[in-house]
Ligand binder design. Structure first.
Ligand code: AOF
Ligand code: ZN
Length: 379
């Protein structure tokens, strides 16, 4: 069904879509290539929510290069089903029809209930040949958070971990600076920039006093990939069940939004000191008196496609053992910290191998002297 050219042009559209990785949220990354007689006439990608969709950019380029009449035999390759709704922009399916495109190749259907098949139907009803499913896994893989949230109302959850070769995060006295190298730390900045919310625990905040923001200068990205102005700062979420955090935390000095999640209310006098970018949320506690994670992810899933957990062993372990994690990213340093070092993940004392978390290695990469492992959690 798919020609070599089809695959080549869809690969190009996927590559273009990725260029929106740091800027499109909460919209998905989408790429589009328009060809005529197997020559690229126009291409584009979705840059920013509220701005033109990928198809609009590609059509604009194509119509600059060829007359509208020439688009009659043209093919559009789109990584996500063209939209059919009036959102912040008019429907792309309509634009493709209006421009006289003859064939549309779609990698994956848009699970957004406002679209979900209607874009494809609109095109077919207008007599356009529509082929769906080319490189669908790759295309869906650019937007795991968008796909999951649209389908299940939950965010894609990544747990970030950093350890020594023997799986330790610190010496027994707590010393941990710096186990992983500068390349890994820069990669963590990019990981933060790709996620819409970062979740950490009160223990980590009290111990490390982090800012948990994305520093544009440390991303090591080209300005065409993301300029400082269009870079989103993720929401910073602190799980603080007993409402212990005070506004002296360094976290407060950076003005991107902070959500403090507790199981009891903070004292009013404390809340009065919160700057404008700080808000609170009270959720139920679990049996251990900690914030109930199911309620947390259901809440975050109302707004955020992707959540990065950057926390200590206890919270990381709870997220994994309670089956909330989709992916682990482990930065492993070639250092040996010894058997009294602090453990990476606190998990229940499993007695049956059938009960241990099931992980699958997806990617392995050297970052300076460290190794980065990307692992999917199988449910
Ligand atoms: C497309 N092409 O490039 C993108 C699409 O708020 P709006 O108007 O930008 O609409 C956002 C929705 O449009 C988004 O949730 C998704 O369903 C779809 N995104 N569709 O045809 C694009 N970014
Ligand atoms: Zn659209």
């Amino acid at each position: 069904m798919w020609s070599i050219e089809d695959t080549e042009f869809m690969s190009r559209a996927i590559k273009l879509a990725r260029r929106g990785l740091y800027t499109t949220r909460p919209n998905p990354c989408v790429g589009c290539v328009i060809t005529l007689d197997d020559q690229i006439l126009g291409e584009g990608f979705h840059i920013q929510a509220g701005g033109p969709h990928a198809e609009v950019h590609a059509l604009a380029m194509a119509t600059k290069r060829a007359s509208q009449a020439a688009l009659k035999g043209a093919t559009a390759y789109v990584t996500l089903e063209p939209c059919s709704h009036y959102g912040r922009t008019p429907p792309c399916a309509e634009a493709l029809i209006k421009h006289g495109i003859s064939r549309v190749v779609v990698a994956v259907e848009d699970p957004n209930p406002q679209v979900s098949g209607r874009g494809i139907k609109m095109l077919r009803d207008a007599g356009i040949e529509v082929d769906v499913g080319l490189l669908s896994d790759e295309a869906a893989g650019i937007n795991p958070g968008f796909m999951k949230r649209m389908e299940r109302g939950l965010p894609w959850v990544t747990v970030k971990l950093a350890s020594s070769l023997d799986g330790k995060t610190a010496l027994s006295n707590g010393a941990s600076k710096w186990i992983t190298g500068p390349e890994s730390r820069r990669d963590v900045q990019r990981l933060r920039a790709r996620n819409e919310a970062l979740v950490t625990g009160i223990e980590t905040v009290l111990l490390d006093d982090p800012c948990l923001n994305v520093r544009h200068s440390e991303l090591g990205l080209l300005s065409e990939q993301v300029d400082a102005d269009s870079l989103h700062q993720p929401l910073r979420v602190v799980l603080d069940s007993r409402a212990r955090l005070t506004s002296t935390a360094k976290l407060f000095t950076v003005t991107s939004p902070i959500l403090l999640v507790s199981c009891i209310d903070y004292p009013q006098a404390e809340k009065d000191t919160w700057p404008q970018h700080v808000s609170g949320l009270i959720l139920a506690s679990d049996n251990d008196g900690r914030v109930e994670l199911t309620a947390l992810f259901a809440h975050l899933g109302k707004t955020y496609n992707s959540v990065l957990i950057e926390a200590g062993a206890t919270l990381a372990g709870s997220v994994i053992s309670q089956n909330h994690a989709d992916e682990l990213i482990l930065y492993q340093a070639m250092k040996i910290l010894g058997s009294n070092g602090r453990n990476l993940i606190s998990l229940p004392d499993y007695t049956d191998m059938a009960d241990i978390p099931s992980v699958e290695l997806i990617d392995e990469r050297k970052l300076g002297g460290d190794t980065r492992l990307t692992l999917k959690i199988r449910s």
